[in-house]
Write a protein that binds this ligand. Structure first.
Ligand code: SF4
Length: 350
C-alpha cells in the first residue's frame, strides 16, 4: 500500500492539488499560444482524454494576453509557463491564468520575483517553482551534485516566497536523468510542506519517454511522493495523458478508466491479436469507467491467463470465446470479434 507524503493542498482553478486529493494529471499544449483557435482545440482534446490541467507556453505578451480568450473557451484550468521575463507572468495573471510556472533558474532578480508574487498573492493564484536541471544558475554550482543544486535553488526561491507571506507553492525538480530527478525529490520531500509536480523532462519519443517516465514518476509515487504528474513525450499531448493515467492505474492510484490486458501473442495464436488489441485500446479511450478487458490469442490458455479480467475474448482460428472472469459465456465468429467484445463491455457498463 502506498502511503502518500502529506502536502499542503492548493487549488488551481477548481482542481485541488496536494493533501488527500487524487493525483492530478496535467499536460502542456504544443500549439503556438498566440494561435488561440489551435490552442483551444488542443486543450479541449486534452480535457476529453482525461487531462485535468493544461499548461501553455508564454513566450511573449501576445501569448500572455491570449490566455484571456483561451480560458473563456476551455473548461480546465490553465497554467502560464513563463521563463526569463517576469512581465510575462504579470500579464498572464492579468489575463486570468489559474496558475503560474516560474523557472527560478532564469528569473533571478529578487525585485522581479517579488512583483510577481505580490500580484499572485492578491489574486490567490498558485505558483509552481519549476526547477529544471538544464537551466540551473551558475552561482549554485559549488561542489554539489545536480540534484543538490536543484534542491538548493528551489529552497532559496521558496524562502523568498514565504518571506512575502505567500504559500500557494507547488514545486517541481525535473531532469532528463531519472536518478537525478528521484534524488532531488527525495532530498526535498521532508524539508517542505508543499505539493509536488512530478515529471521527467524531455523524456523523448513515446516508447523511451513512456518507460523513463514510468520508472521515474512511478518510483516516486510508490514512495508516496507526488501530487500532480506530467509525462513529457515528443508526440501529441493526449499520449502524455494516456501514459500518465496508465502509470497511476498501474500503482492503484487511479480507479477510473478501463484497463486493457492483452497477450503478447505467440505461435499458438492464429489471428491478428495485436491489431485487435490496438482497435480495442482505441475504443476504450472513450470510456471513463473502471473495467478490465482482455484480448487473448488462444482459447486454450487465454481465459485462464486473463482470469482477473471482467470480460475478454480468447481468439481461435475462425471463432473466439467471449469470457467473463475466466468463464466462457459465448462463442463468436472471427469477423465479429471486435463487435462482440465491445458489446459485452457495454453490457457490463450499462
Ligand atoms: Fe500465446 Fe495463447 Fe498466451 Fe496469447 S494467450 S501468449 S496466444 S499462449
Amino acid at each position: 500500500m502506498i502511503i502518500r507524503r502529506q502536502s499542503k493542498p492548493l487549488k488551481i482553478g477548481d482542481v485541488t492539488v496536494g493533501g488527500d486529493a487524487p493525483i492530478v494529471v496535467q499536460s502542456m499544449a504544443k500549439t503556438d499560444t498566440r494561435d488561440v483557435k489551435a490552442t483551444v482545440k488542443q486543450i479541449k482534446e486534452l480535457s476529453d482524454c482525461g487531462c485535468q490541467i493544461a499548461r501553455v507556453a508564454v513566450p511573449d505578451f501576445e501569448a500572455a494576453q491570449a490566455i484571456s480568450t483561451i480560458r473563456k473557451k476551455t473548461s480546465i484550468p490553465i497554467i502560464a509557463d513563463v521563463h526569463f521575463d517576469y512581465r510575462l507572468a504579470l500579464e498572464s495573471l492579468k489575463a486570468g491564468a489559474d496558475g503560474l510556472r516560474l523557472n527560478p533558474g532564469n528569473i533571478r532578480e529578487r525585485e522581479q520575483v517579488i512583483a510577481v508574487v505580490k500580484m499572485a498573492r492578491q489574486r490567490q493564484i498558485p505558483i509552481r517553482i519549476g526547477v529544471n536541471a538544464g537551466s540551473l544558475p551558475h552561482s549554485s554550482k559549488s561542489g554539489l551534485s545536480t540534484a543538490q543544486r536543484m534542491v538548493t535553488i528551489a529552497l532559496e526561491q521558496i524562502k523568498l516566497l514565504e518571506s512575502l507571506d505567500y504559500d500557494l507553492i507547488k514545486v517541481s525538480l525535473k531532469a532528463f536523468d531519472v536518478l537525478t530527478t528521484i534524488e532531488a525529490y527525495r532530498t526535498i520531500a521532508s524539508k517542505i510542506p508543499y505539493p509536488f509536480h512530478l515529471g521527467i523532462t524531455e523524456a523523448g519519443l513515446p516508447r523511451a519517454g513512456a518507460v523513463r517516465s514510468a520508472v521515474g514518476i512511478g518510483i516516486l509515487l510508490y514512495e508516496g511522493i507526488g501530487d500532480t504528474i506530467r509525462v513529457s513525450l515528443s508526440t501529441h499531448p493526449c499520449e502524455e495523458v494516456y501514459t500518465a493515467l496508465e502509470i497511476l492505474k498501474t500503482l492503484g492510484l487511479r480507479e477510473n478508466g478501463p484497463t486493457l490486458i492483452s497477450c503478447p501473442s505467440c505461435g499458438r495464436s492464429e489471428v491478428d491479436i495485436i491489431g485487435l488489441a490496438e482497435s480495442v485500446d482505441k475504443k476504450l479511450r472513450k470510456i471513463n469507467r473502471p473495467i478490465k478487458i482482455a484480448v487473448m490469442g488462444c482459447v486454450v490458455n487465454g481465459p485462464g491467463e486473463a482470469k482477473e479480467a471482467d470480460v475478454g475474448i480468447a481468439c481461435g482460428k475462425g471463432k473466439g470465446a467471449i469470457f467473463r472472469k475466466g468463464k466462457i459465456v459465448s462463442t463468436v465468429a472471427e469477423r465479429d470479434f471486435f463487435k462482440a467484445l465491445m458489446a459485452e463491455v457495454y453490457n457490463i457498463l450499462n
